[in-house]
Design a protein around this ligand. Structure first.
Ligand code: PMP
Length: 419
C-alpha cells in the first residue's frame, strides 16, 4: 500500500494480513501521516465544547486557544448554567448510573419524562430513547427490517443508518435526486412487504436540507414509509427549532423521526419517535434497548435543554445571526460554501492535499476546523467543514474570515480560480 496515496479505507481489509498484521500496518500508516503533519484526528482539548478550545498541538508552539468550529453544540447548551444544574441534580438525586437495561430495572422516572418530553416536542405521542443517536438509528433499522423488506436510502445518510442496514435489502439514490428515488420506488412496488425510505433532514457534510415535502408525498404515493434523521436540524431549523419537519409543517406526516441528544441538546443519547405500536415493539424487541444499560441520570440535563429551546429562543436567533454573518463573509471572499442552509458550513477545496494544507494554515492562525476528505466525501469533494454556535462572537468569526483571506492569497482556494 502506497502510504502517500492511501486512505483509512485501504486498511479495512487489506489482502493477506491477519488482524494483528493489519493493525501493525495501519499503525505504520498513522506514523507516516503524523510525520508528514497530516494526523489531524483526535486532537486533545483541555476545555469542553465552546466557541474557543484550548489545545497543545505538536509543532504549533505550545498550548493556546483556538476558535472552535468543530462542535455540534449549536446553541451552546453544554455550558448553559441551567442545563449543567439539571445534570448535577440528576446525579445527586438518582446517583451516577442506571445500573441495568431499561427492561430489567434501569428505567427511572426521568427516563420516562424524557421520552414523553421529546415525543411532545415533535407533537407526537410515543418515543424510545437510546444511549446514542448512532444506536437509535442502527438498532431501529436492525429490528424493523426483515428479509422481505427494503430500505431505500439517500447516498448521504449517516454511517449509523448504513450500520443498521448491514445484510438487509438496500437500494441507494443519488443525494436528493427525486427522479431516481421515484424510479426505485416504481421498480420495487409490490416486490417487498414494507419499504422504508431513510433520509437525513440536514446533511452532515454539506449542511443542505432534504426536500422533505416532496419526499414524503412521493414515498406515501408508493405505499412506503419515511424515516427522517434530523440530528443536525433539531434546535436549529424551523421557527421554534423542531427541525425540517417544522419548516415543511409535516409533524404528523413523517412516519419515523430519529435524532440525537449529543448536538443541540448538549448531552449524549438518541431517540426514535413513531406510532405508539411501533415504539412499543422496539421497547420489547430491539436488542440494544433490552440488553444494554440506559442513560445516566446526568441525562436530566436533556429535559432542561428541550425546555430551553422554547423558553430562551434568543439562542437560536444568535446562531442564525452568526450563520448569516459568517456565510456572507466567506462568500464575499470568493469561497465556495455550496448549498448549505444550516449551521454546518463547508468551504469546498476539492483537492485532498490542498484541504490538508488549508487545515494546517487555519490551525497556525488559531482556527480549529475539520478537513474532510475521501472516503467521508468523494475525492473531488474535499472540504473544510465548520459548524457554528450561538456563543461564537463576531470577533471569533472575524479571526476565521481573516485567516481564510490570508490563505486565499497563498493557495488557490477561491471559486474564481477554479472556473
Ligand atoms: N445522525 C447524524 C446525521 C449524525 O451526524 C450523527 C452524529 N455525527 C448521528 C446520527 C449519531 O449521533 P450520536 O453522536 O448521538 O451517536
Amino acid at each position: 500500500i502506497d502510504f502517500e496515496q492511501a486512505s483509512f479505507k485501504d486498511f479495512e481489509n487489506p489482502k493477506g494480513y491477519n488482524v494483528y498484521e493489519r493493525s501493525a500496518l495501519f499503525s505504520d500508516y498513522l506514523d507516516s501521516l503524523d510525520k508528514r503533519g497530516h494526523l489531524n484526528y483526535r486532537l486533545e482539548s483541555t476545555t469542553g465544547c465552546g466557541p474557543t478550545v484550548n489545545m497543545d498541538i505538536k509543532g504549533f508552539g505550545g498550548p493556546r486557544n483556538y476558535v472552535g468550529l468543530v462542535s455540534n453544540d449549536y446553541l451552546g447548551f453544554t455550558q448553559h448554567h441551567l442545563v449543567k444544574k439539571a445534570a448535577v441534580f440528576g446525579i445527586t438525586y438518582y446517583g451516577t448510573g442506571a445500573g441495568a437495561s431499561p427492561a430489567i430495572g434501569g428505567h427511572f422516572s426521568f427516563h420516562q419524562e424524557l421520552e414523553n418530553k421529546i415525543a411532545a416536542f415533535f407533537r407526537r405521542d410515543a418515543a424510545i430513547i437510546y444511549t446514542t443517536g448512532y444506536t437509535a438509528n442502527s438498532a431501529t433499522l436492525l429490528c424493523m427490517l426483515q428479509d422481505e423488506d427494503l430500505a431505500i436510502i439517500d447516498m448521504g445518510v449517516h454511517a449509523s443508518v448504513q450500520e443498521g442496514l448491514r445484510g438487509k435489502n438496500v437500494k441507494t439514490f443519488l443525494h436528493n435526486n427525486l427522479e431516481m428515488l421515484e424510479r426505485i420506488l416504481k421498480q420495487s412496488k409490490g416486490k417487498y412487504r414494507s419499504i422504508i425510505v431513510v433520509i437525513d433532514g440536514v446533511y452532515s457534510q454539506d449542511g443542505d436540507l432534504a426536500p422533505l415535502d416532496q419526499i414524503v408525498e412521493l414515498v406515501h404515493q408508493y405505499g412506503g414509509y419515511v424515516m427522517l434523521d434530523d440530528a443536525h436540524g433539531t434546535g436549529v431549523i424551523g421557527t421554534t427549532g423542531r427541525g425540517v419537519i417544522e419548516l415543511y409543517d409535516l409533524f404528523d406526516k413523517v412516519d419515523i423521526i430519529s435524532g440525537t441528544f449529543s448536538k443541540t441538546f448538549g448531552h449524549i443519547g438518541g431517540y426514535v419517535i413513531a406510532s405508539p405500536d411501533l415504539i412499543r415493539f422496539l421497547k420489547f424487541q430491539s436488542r440494544q434497548h433490552l440488553f444494554s444499560a440506559t442513560s445516566t441520570p446526568a441525562a436530566m440535563s436533556i429535559i432542561k435543554a428541550i425546555e430551553l429551546i422554547d423558553e430562551e429562543p434568543e439562542w437560536m436567533d444568535m446562531l442564525w445571526e452568526n450563520v448569516r454573518y459568517f456565510s456572507d463573509g466567506l462568500r464575499s471572499l470568493g469561497l465556495d460554501i455550496g448549498t448549505t442552509s444550516s449551521a454546518i458550513i463547508p468551504v469546498k477545496i476539492r483537492d485532498a492535499k490542498l484541504t490538508g494544507e488549508v487545515s494546517r494554515l487555519l490551525l497556525k492562525a488559531g482556527v480549529y476546523a475539520n478537513p474532510i476528505i475521501y472516503p467521508a466525501v468523494p475525492k473531488k469533494d474535499s472540504r473544510i467543514r465548520m459548524s457554528l454556535m450561538a456563543t461564537h462572537k463576531k470577533e471569533h468569526l472575524d479571526i476565521v474570515l481573516n485567516a481564510y483571506e490570508d490563505i486565499s492569497r497563498k493557495l488557490p482556494i477561491r471559486l474564481a480560480t477554479e472556473v
